[in-house]
Design a protein around this ligand. Structure first.
Ligand code: FE2
Ligand code: FE2
Length: 161
């Protein structure tokens, strides 16, 4: 029987799919920009940031994998490059390759953005009565908050030196 509640539930599931696909694209874009910046940055002071970016790249790639597998379980697909729209203006490699602060600011913006998306996904999954996606979103959210904390620490260090 098709009820008002069923209609609501399926609208909520559509929103879950949409957010999973958006999060997947964002993770892939983050991998690209973290990788580029980890290569581009120069100088002794950049070493720690580059190392941290390299570690995060693996984690962000792992997030994309988990999101893609969840999409498949929900009979959907992660997007390919033809659907891709670049959004991370602030994470473009800096003209001055020693400008570590610019990269730190870009990373913080990307992590804030990811945190917003996963919080939205937690809410949408709960509304759609999809505890598996909700749990996945909470797990990834935990990682993104840890990334943000780490880069907030770098930000403090670079403000005072
Ligand atoms: Fe991520
Ligand atoms: Fe992250």
């Amino acid at each position: 029987m098709y009820t008002y509640e069923t209609a609501n539930r399926s609208m909520a599931s559509d929103r879950v799919i949409e957010l999973l696909r958006k999060a997947y694209s964002d993770e892939i874009e983050t991998v690209m920009n973290y990788q580029t910046n980890a290569i581009v940055l120069d100088g002794v002071r950049a070493e720690e940031i580059k190392e941290s970016l390299q570690t995060d790249i693996q984690e962000e790639l792992g997030h994309a994998e988990m999101l893609g597998q969840r999409l498949k379980q929900l009979d959907a697909q992660p997007p390919g490059s033809a659907e891709f729209v670049a959004r991370q203006d602030s994470l473009q490699p800096p003209e001055d390759s020693t400008n570590v602060s610019a990269v730190i600011r870009g990373v913080l913006e990307a992590e804030d953005d990811a945190i917003d998306t996963y919080r939205e996904l937690v809410d949408a999954a709960r509304e759609a009565n999809d505890p598996v996606t909700e749990d996945l979103a909470v797990t990834i959210l935990t990682d993104e908050e840890a990334h943000r904390t780490e880069f907030r620490g770098f930000e403090k260090e670079y403000q005072t030196t």
